[in-house]
Design a protein around this ligand. Structure first.
Ligand SMILES: [Zn+2]
Length: 292
């Protein structure tokens, strides 16, 4: 995540110039320099809205990263604990930007404790660490439910959903499942990695177990092959991934993403083809970072 992206800067520059030149053109045509005044006001208004978000991020990053936050991250994220100094700084910046710009709230907009927010943010910072120029795929933030599970009617304490990823709605996570995810790093189970992986899959409007084509550098064929092969194994109970991966290809991809960030060493040995595709997509060699 960045304070501002180069491409946005280019567009801001172009639009500012268009507003300015329009003012000059109208003033010359009407032979009335006063016309420049509304154009100037328009320019200021445009720049205010265009730079509001980057400025908010810039201001947030000026604050020192609290020691208490570092401690929570160290205790809960093996990834954070294993990256180098430059990586640590960038991870902390991503955590700060995410918590500044994306709402992470309880039900009825209830304020959450710092630890819960940090666990959510650390999941996102881990998944985006290899992609400093990507934004989180969750546009509407994160809603944290109390308890461990909920059902399809969003009834808390019933059913078996630990999280839910739907397009154009906030990512829903159950707080106790979130806690369990970080209590047992390395077991290949992490609700944040799982649900965010669904968002990467659904970005192109389809949940077929392949990340959005827009974000892929190569062709879809190796993905189709690798996902389908492991899914068939999961269906027969022969996959190294947990049985839930056999539900469909979309779940296979989400469970594989969990494993890639939690237990990459095992994944690299069991299915190097799938490991390499995920490594290329997230642009990070997780086995090199946390081993396993
Ligand atoms: Zn799922």
């Amino acid at each position: 995540m960045q304070i501002i992206y180069k491409i946005d800067l280019v567009f801001i520059g172009i639009y500012s110039l268009i507003i300015l030149l329009t003012g000059v053109f109208l003033a010359i045509t009407a032979e009335n320099p006063i016309i420049m005044a509304p154009a100037g006001a328009g320019e200021i208004l445009y720049l205010y809205f265009a730079l509001k978000r980057p400025y908010k991020r810039y201001k947030a990053l000026k604050k020192p990263f609290p020691e208490e936050w570092k401690q929570i991250l160290k205790e809960n994220s093996p990834f954070y604990g294993n990256i180098d100094t430059a990586g640590t700084k960038r991870f902390e910046q991503d955590v700060r930007i995410f918590l500044t710009d994306y709402p992470v709230e309880g039900i009825r907009r209830q304020e959450l404790d710092t630890r819960t927010k940090l666990l959510v943010a650390s999941g996102l910072a881990t998944m985006l660490h290899g992609r400093p120029y990507w934004e989180p795929p969750i546009k509407d933030g994160v809603l944290v439910y109390p308890g461990r599970v909920f059902n399809k009617d969003y009834k808390i304490g019933r059913g078996n959903f630990a999280g839910m990823a739907r397009t154009n709605s906030p990512l829903i996570i159950s707080r106790e499942s979130l806690e369990e995810s970080f209590k047992n790093p390395g077991d290949g189970n992490n609700v944040i990695f799982h649900e965010v992986a669904h968002y990467f899959d659904m970005e192109d409007g389809r949940a077929e177990g392949i990340p959005s084509y827009r974000l892929l550098s190569g062709t879809l064929n190796p993905w189709k092959r690798a996902i389908s092969k492991e899914w068939k194994k999961a269906l027969r109970g022969r996959s190294f991934l947990r049985p839930y991966a056999g539900t469909n290809e979309a779940e296979l991809f989400a469970v594989a993403a969990e494993f890639f960030f939690e237990n990459p060493g095992v994944m690299k040995r069991k299915n190097p083809e799938l490991y390499n595709l995920l490594k290329e997509f997230f642009n990070i060699d997780t086995a090199g970072v946390i081993g396993g």
